[in-house]
Design a protein around this ligand. Sequence first.
Ligand code: NAP
Ligand code: GDD
Length: 383
Amino acid sequence: MSKTALITGITGQDGAYLSEFLIKKGYTVHGIKRRASLFNTDRIDHLYQDPHLDNRNLILHYGDMTDSMNLTRIISEIQPDEIYNLAAQSHVKVSFDTPEYTANVDGLGTLRILEAVRLLGLTQKTRIYQASTSELYGLVQEVPQRETTPFYPRSPYAVAKMYAYWITVNYREAYNMFACNGILFNHESPLRGETFVTRKVTRALSRIALGIQKEVYMGNLSSRRDWGHAKDYIKAMYLILQQDAPDDYVIATGVTTTIRDFIAKAFAEIGVKLDFTGKGADETGVIAAVDAAIFSEKVGESYLAAFKQRIGEKVVKVDPQYFRPTEVELLIGDASKSRSRLGWEPKYDLDALIADMMASDIKTMKKEAYLKDGGYRILNYFE
Ligand code: NAP
Ligand code: GDD
């Protein structure tokens, strides 16, 4: 018998990779998507199946994490073996602007899922994965952070996720449910939302390289993150629900890098040397040199002459509007428990992640440039 999974947040980065992964494993995957005035299923369109077909393995339901009755009805109809609760207002900076909504979706939303499973009498059938986060460590109390490190959340997002973390533990202990937290450190990919820092950088640098963007404005360049690839991290979610007993796990690479170094590495990936000068809000990133061979291979020879003219230009600047009222300065995870108990091992290191994201964004931005200028760059697009 094939297993049935329900994924909340199926239209997001992790939801897209996880649904593809579970379908390949033979699952029937149900997902909850929000009603929106524009199509919002780009990331899973390649998995879409006509609703008129029999035996579909991807089925979408309209829903929202703020609507208990809707969630309860969907869970009742599906009777899932596994629920992956990935839906969230997941942007930390935005949570300072929408704290109540973030608490409702990210905190109470988790309670709604757990309580629906309990009320429907599914506590012994349905296993639940909760998308917990390294943001819980916030003002870090220990370096590196592991499962036993005390939490110190630093944003409305992290505080909401702290409620979700503990209500998951509480339902596990109170009702003997198979409910687990994956405490995932930052994970990125070509599917990453465009306003998270890595994707903002890989998109902007691709556009700068192609000559369709002048500069990019960033926030705090000195914070450090432990970045992995989402493709590796969704495998950990699955493994957490396949264990004999429910538990909580840190998923991380154990390597931490500043935003500044991420930007420099992303430019280096396409043969560009970037030097940073100045401090705080006056810091800038200046194009110092370009390796013609690497740039031609990764971006395209026809863009090289124009790009060389830009040596000496300030292309990375700081705008304090992107600073956060309270910042998480350092994250670095210790995933030894996951490695030994789950057998989880990431395949991508940071350089491989950056290479994947830059290659994807250069391709996408070439297409955008082509569409914008009515086709005169068609040769560049295909080179
Ligand atoms: P994401 O790309 O922002 O996706 C979030 C998903 O939640 C989207 O499908 C979104 O739908 C959905 N959603 C938002 N509000 C909703 C609501 N009110 N009702 C129903 N669905 C709603 O996030 P992600 O990077 O895939 O992350 C997945 C989960 O892991 C999130 O809970 C996040 O907080 C957590 N997490 C992420 C990371 C990371 O580094 N990526 C690390 C630790 C934990 P729309 O597409 O309609 O917006
Ligand atoms: N978004 C953004 N935009 N961040 C910037 C910028 C910018 O222009 N400039 C600097 N940063 C810094 C932020 O201040 C933060 O220190 C760091 O880059 C990472 O920011 P994000 O990529 O927005 O991610 P996050 O770490 O705040 O949150 C992500 O990871 C969490 C796991 O630790 C999100 O995916 C959360 O949902 C997730 O829980």
